[in-house]
Every structure is written in C-alpha cells, then in structure tokens.
Design a protein around this ligand. Structure first.
Ligand SMILES: Nc1ncnc2c1ncn2[C@@H]1O[C@H](COP(=O)(O)OP(=O)(O)OP(=O)(O)O)[C@@H](O)[C@H]1O
Ligand SMILES: [Mg+2]
Length: 606
C-alpha cells in the first residue's frame, strides 16, 4: 500500500519536475543558438530515414520476387532503387556523425555557459547562505548537473528524433493493421512504467545519499591532503579515517546493490512482456503473408517497421523517463539560480562618503547567526570615529570577528542599526562601500596563485602595476619575503601547482597584509593580523601601521597587549557588549577585565 502510494506520489513529483524543462531549454538555447537550431534540423531529416530505407527495400524485394516468379528481367528503374538505398545509407551515416559532432559542440558550450552562470550567481549570494548545509547540498547537486554535460540535452534531441521516426513508422504500420500497433504499445508500456519507477527510486536514493557522499568526499580529500598529513601521521589517524570511510561507503554500496537487484528482476520480467507483444505481431504478419494477403516485400517492410517502431517507442519512453529524472535534478539547479541575496544595494543607493566625516556607529545592534539562538552581539553600542585607531579586544568567541563582519556589511544586524556618517549602511551602494574598506580576516585566503596575484587581489585592477604592488608589499614587510623567492613576484605559492613554494604562517600573513595596504581604502580593519608574526616583525608591522594609518580610521583585533597599547582607544568586548572603553592607562586604572587580562599576560614575562 505504502509502496503504491509512493509510486503514484513519485509520478506526480516527476511530472511536476517537467516544468523545469522549459527554463533549462532556454539555458541550452542561450549557450549556443546556432548549434541547437542546426542540430534540430538535421535530426528532423535524419528521423525520416528509417521509413524511407524500409520502403525502398520493400520495393526492391517486390521487384526481385516479381522478376523471379515471372521469369522476366527487372526494369531499369529497379537499379535506381538500389542506388537510392545505397545513397540513403551513406547520407544517414553522414547525418548521424554530424549530429554527434554538433552534440559534442553543444555540450562544451553548455558546460562552459552554465559553469560561468553558477560561479557568477554563487558570488552574489549572502555569506549566510554558505553556512547552510542544505545550500551546500544544493550547490553540489547543481554543480554536478552543470557538468553532467550530454545527458539532458542529448535525451531531448534524441526524443525529438525518436518521436518522428516512431510516428512515421507507426502510421505506416497502422495503414496495414491497427492491431499490430496496439500489440506493440501494450507490450512496451509495462516495461516503461517499471523502468521509470526504478529511475525515480534511484533519484530519491541519490537525494538521500547526498549528505553521506559529502562526508565521503571530505574524508577522501582529508586522507590525501598535504595540510592534514602531519597530524594524520603523528596522531595515527589512518585507521580511524579509513574505518569511517569504509563504514559509510558500505552503507551506500548495500543500498545501491539492493536497488540494482530489484531493478534487474522486475526489469527482466517486464521486458519479457514486451518481447511477447513483439513476437505476436510478428506471427500475425507471417500468417497474413503465408495466406497470401501480403507480398514478401510488405512482409519485409512490416517486420522491419515493427522492429524499429518498437525499438523507437521503447526509447521514447526511456528518454521521457530519463528527461523527467534529470528534470528532477534540475530542480536543484534552478532553485539555486532562484536564490536571491538579501544583502544587496538598494536602487538609487548612496555612494560611500569620501572623506568619511563621522565614522561608523553601532546603535543598539544585536546579532545572531542564522539557525542559532544565541545572540552573539546583544544591544551593542560602539563608535569608530573618523581618523581614529581602535583596538578591539576580548576573549575567544566574544564576537570580535562578528562585529567586523557586520561593520563591513557581510551580514546585516537582526536588530539595531549600523550607521556610516549618520546614514544606515543599508542605504549605501554595496560595491562602493566595500571599496572604502580594507579588511584582512583571521582566516584570510592563501591563494594558490603567484605572489604578484596574491598581493594584487587587494585591488585586482592594479595587477599590472608592479611598482604599486611593491610599495604595498613593502609596507607590510612582504616585499622582503617575496624577493627571497626564486622567481620573486612571479613565484607560484602553495603546493597545489608545479613549482609552487609554500610559505610560513607569518610570511603568508605579511602577504595578506599587503592587500590591505594596496587598497586605497579609508578604513582599515585587521583581525589578528600579526598572530603568526615574530616579536620583531610584529613591532615593525605595527609601527608602520601606526604611521600608515595616520588620518585613516583603523580597527584592529589583537590578543597581544604590546600592540594593543598603540591604539588611540581600546574597546573590550564581553557578553555581546562593549564592557570597557578607554586608553591603556584609563583601563588599567579601572581595574576591570582589561586590567585583569593585561596583568595575566604581563605576569608571564616577569
Ligand atoms: N558562521 C557562524 N555560524 C554560527 N555561529 C558562529 C559563526 N561564526 C561564529 N559563530 C559563533 O559566534 C561567536 C562569536 O564568534 P567570533 O568569531 O565573532 O568570535 P571572536 O571574538 O572573533 O573569537 P576569536 O578570538 O576566537 O577570534 C562564537 O561563539 C562562535 O561560535
Ligand atoms: Mg575572531
């Protein structure tokens, strides 16, 4: 009962999924209109070839039978028929090859087009979107769909061809006897329904398995990654990882085998019905020929037509079923394209102020991450004035990085307002706002690209301006790191690509810092930019930072009090609010959290 309900429920879902086909056809069309049009025309022509070939064969055989039985030579037109048969065979194979060629072209164009669309769209989505595992599954499936190149397009092209071929053959069979056609279709229908049912189960299974497959992928990557290799070895994690991988993949394997087995049994039985239908039709035609109501030529024609029509009708059903299934997968792709970012510029958004006069102001700001209940920031008030250098401190997890993400409008607050020069951040043009901010996050990117590119990402349109890049790199002390490399600015960094050179944590950090200096931004934000630097480097970096940010607003987060002291103002974040605010001396005298943390660190040096 439940099985039946699932069966029909499955069908509804599959038919509903067919509404995905038109938008995807549109995407296919956009990726190469000329190729699509040409392919269609050729398929139309090609789909009539089987009928023509069969008909000519019939004429030839009837000609031969007539000549043999009447002991007369064949007429000259007979040889023209033979020539025509030959020409059609050659033409057909030429058409087939050309269609394959066009399909391959289209597949490349489509993959390219859709990959670019996916990248474009992914780049526009909110950061929060990326923290949602459901989104990841969807993106994953969308990606697979995007690169599963031939499937859908070819199925549709073939379907067009199969429908026309089957229709033309069926009409010709129908002209001889409607019963023949009925027999054929009745035989094929059960197999079609069965196949579709299993195809749907297959989709449901893939859907269910996505999270497990994601974990498997992760384990596989982890097991072979350079980053993890050190810990895997020293902690002896090999068996742990392999064990988990084996367990998970065994589950998937068992499920797959089970389905494949059921499909095999049901499929064999159902296709027997089809074969029975086909042979009944065959027997009927032979009987009519033997009793003299059909010529031998017609016998050949009909048996050929029956074989090909039944083949084509079967294929129509399986193409339809595979299109319906692929269309289900497309749900993910289309849903992905339909996701809209909420953080975006309003129409007629304001340009960012230049120069900034009053700075950033958090008013009663609360924030929680989507899908969580804890308020990370709770009715927080904070002011970063223009031209002021503020150090933000607080223990791990107090929300320092979160505050930076809000200030740079990667997230919007759930309550309260963030103002820039008295105007809500949401009123500003987003790109314009981003341009005024140079920020280096704790988890900054290590691009597996050249040193030059690694610096230039801070302001990618200046990538050819090497002197400018060098100046920025000089400010962050990255220049000396890069000049020590074998190919200095053209040195490939990271180990992914050939000739890549890896850097130490501190060296990477200096390069990331150069990006912030490269930006012609009015606000600089550094989230623990010096955590991996040695004492001398840190001292120098901050001395330069102090000089370089003169007149700019700067916010930096650090756990080291030697650097924190250099700030004009120190702000302590605790329990989602600003707990203390003042310069080093005031806060020490206050004897609160700052003083406590400072004493603790200082005690270690005595
Ligand atoms: N993407 C996220 N989704 C859900 N919760 C998050 C996310 N990022 C951070 N949090 C939570 O928000 C809190 C604040 O995190 P945040 O990274 O802002 O702390 P932090 O003060 O920068 O800490 P640290 O000194 O370790 O860098 C933490 O408790 C963390 O668990
Ligand atoms: Mg942080």
């Amino acid at each position: 009962m439940a099985e039946t309900r699932r069966f029909w429920g499955g069908w509804r879902e599959r038919l509903a999924a067919l509404r995905n086909v038109p938008p995807v056809l549109r995407i296919v069309w956009q990726s190469g209109p000329l190729v699509v049009a040409l392919g269609l025309v050729l398929r139309l022509v090609s789909s009539l070839i089987p009928l023509a070939a069969l008909w000519i064969t019939k004429l030839i055989i009837d000609g031969i039978v007539h000549a043999v039985s009447s002991h007369q030579p064949v007429k000259p037109v007979f040889w023209w028929l033979v020539a025509a048969e030959f020409a059609i065979a050659i033409f057909g194979s030429f058409l087939g090859r050309t269609i394959d060629y066009l399909d391959a072209l289209l597949a490349d164009k489509y993959t390219r087009h859709i990959s670019i669309q996916v990248m474009k769209h992914a780049a526009e989505l909110d950061l929060t979107t990326y923290e949602d595992p459901v989104f990841y599954d969807r993106l994953e499936r969308a990606r697979v769909q995007a690169t599963d190149r031939l499937g859908m397009i070819q199925s549709i092209g073939r379907l067009v061809q199969q429908v026309i071929t089957a229709a033309s053959l069926s009409v010709s069979i129908l002209l001889f006897s409607p019963w023949l056609l009925l027999l054929l279709i009745a035989g094929i229908l059960p197999a079609f329904l069965g196949e579709s049912h299993f195809a749907f189960l297959g989709y449901a299974r893939n859907f269910r398995q996505t999270p497990i497959r994601r974990e498997l992928d992760y384990l596989r990557v982890l097991g072979g990654s350079r980053e993890a290799a050190k810990e895997l070895k020293l902690f002896g994690l090999k068996d742990f990882l392999i064990g988990r991988f084996t367990r998970l993949s065994d589950d998937i394997y068992r499920e797959n085998v089970d389905l494949a087995r059921r499909r095999l049994i049901a499929g064999s039985f159902l296709s027997m019905i089809g074969t029975a239908g086909y042979y009944s039709a065959y027997v009927y035609v032979i009987w009519r020929t033997v009793t003299g109501s059909l010529t031998i030529g017609t016998l050949t024609f009909l048996t050929g037509a029956i074989v090909q029509a039944s083949g084509n009708i079967q294929q129509i059903f399986s193409s339809l079923s595979s299109i319906a299934d692929q269309a289900l997968f497309l749900t993910d792709l289309l849903a992905f394209f339909e996701m809209q970012p909420t953080i975006r510029s309003k129409p007629n958004a304001l340009p960012a102020p230049r120069p900034i006069m009053r700075g950033f102001e958090f008013r009663n700001v609360s924030f929680r991450y989507p899908g969580t209940s804890r308020l990370v920031l709770n009715c927080l008030d904070f002011h970063l004035r223009a031209g002021e250098r503020v150090a933000l401190i607080g223990e791990n997890g107090e929300g320092k990085t979160t505050l930076v993400k809000l200030m740079t409008r990667l997230y919007d607050p759930v309550e309260g307002q963030i103002l820039l020069d008295g105007v809500d951040l949401r009123e500003y043009n987003l790109e314009d706002l981003y341009r005024e901010i140079g920020v280096i996050f704790q988890d900054f990117m290590r691009y597996e690209m050249t040193a030059r590119e690694n610096v230039a990402v801070g302001r990618i349109d200046e990538i050819d301006n090497l002197p400018l890049l060098k100046t920025a790199a000089d400010k962050s002390m990255a220049n000396e790191v890069i000049e020590r490399l074998p190919r200095d600015y053209d040195q490939m960094l990271g180990r992914r690509f050939e000739n890549g050179v890896d850097l130490s944590g501190g060296e990477w950090q200096k390069i990331a810092l150069a990006r912030a200096y490269l930006r012609d931004a009015q606000v600089l934000i550094l989230d623990e930019p010096t955590a991996a630097l040695d004492a001398r480097s840190e001292f120098e970096v901050f001395q330069r930072f102090a000089e370089l940010t003169a007149g700019k607003s700067a916010l930096f987060i650090s756990h080291r009090f030697s650097t924190v002291r250099m700030a004009d103002r120190i702000v302590v974040l605790h329990k989602g609010r600003i707990a203390e605010d003042g310069n080093h001396d005031t806060l020490l005298n206050l004897g609160g959290r700052y003083a406590g943390m400072f004493e603790m660190q200082a005690a270690n040096y005595r």
